[in-house]
Design a protein around this ligand. Sequence first.
Ligand code: NAP
Length: 273
Amino acid sequence: MPSTEMKHAFVTGGGKGIGLAIAEALLKENYRVTIAGRNEDGLRTAARRLSESYPKRDGVESADGTGAAAIAYVVMDVANVDSVMRGIDQAVTRFGHIAILINNAGQASSAPFLKTDVQQWNDMLNVNLMGTVHCTRQVLPAMLAKGWGRIVNIASTAGRIGYPYVSAYCASKHAVVGLTRSLALEVADKGITVNAVCPGYTETDIVQDAVANIMIKTGRTEVQARAALAEGNPMRRLVQPEEVAHTVAWLCQTSASAMTGQAIAVAGGEVMQ
Ligand code: NAP
């Protein structure tokens, strides 16, 4: 098993929101981190900020020996297999074997079931479910060869329970939880854990979009729309990205090796069963 300093963590959708908080949490724990997404400007800005905040420390430096911080980015669309293969190849060339995969990239759309068209269904399934599948298929063989790995899929409370007007999103996240449980059993005796983290409404652009949608469709003010989203959380507040990231970082630790096949809600008590 590699030491913490040598481990390479790959975070999809790491340029902003929950993924960026996860990248930061893993950098703090001395992993080499690659963030991936489609928006190169956003990724470059995020990587630059993180490299300034977490400059090279002993035992942690870029594989090219330049002394740069242990953060890099690759441009990649998780819904496109060829793009995923290219992005992961680039990341492995730069920072070595991927020991930790965080399947965080995701999109959300909302509409009543009868107004959810086939394109929306395809988008939700192609990004949220198949994006997770493509990335996992690409990194799992090397994890199996090394006999150690951590896969954390960012699902949602919508992967644990139903909500109205998000049937496609909810189905895609339930599928991610099913995939997590099944794969966890397949690799349970091979040194690899597979878990899902299921945030409730979390303070990111996805929630900002949901707030805007509620305001347009219901005429509520921004404060009222945000309160409506926080209403489902028994703590009456939105989850913070760092709270999700903390759970992910814990699951990646060697000491969490008995945790597998779980779908852990980070939602202020909204989901308990
Ligand atoms: P966000 O701020 O909108 O970030 C989404 C990330 O996913 C972005 O970095 C985006 O990067 C990436 N992404 C989207 N489509 C992609 C694609 N086809 N290929 C590669 N990257 C893609 O949203 P977030 O709230 O942080 O969401 C992160 C994850 O948490 C998602 O899986 C989401 O479903 C889940 N989640 C969020 C909440 C919430 O309330 N915020 C609650 C439960 C679960 P690019 O734009 O660069 O591609």
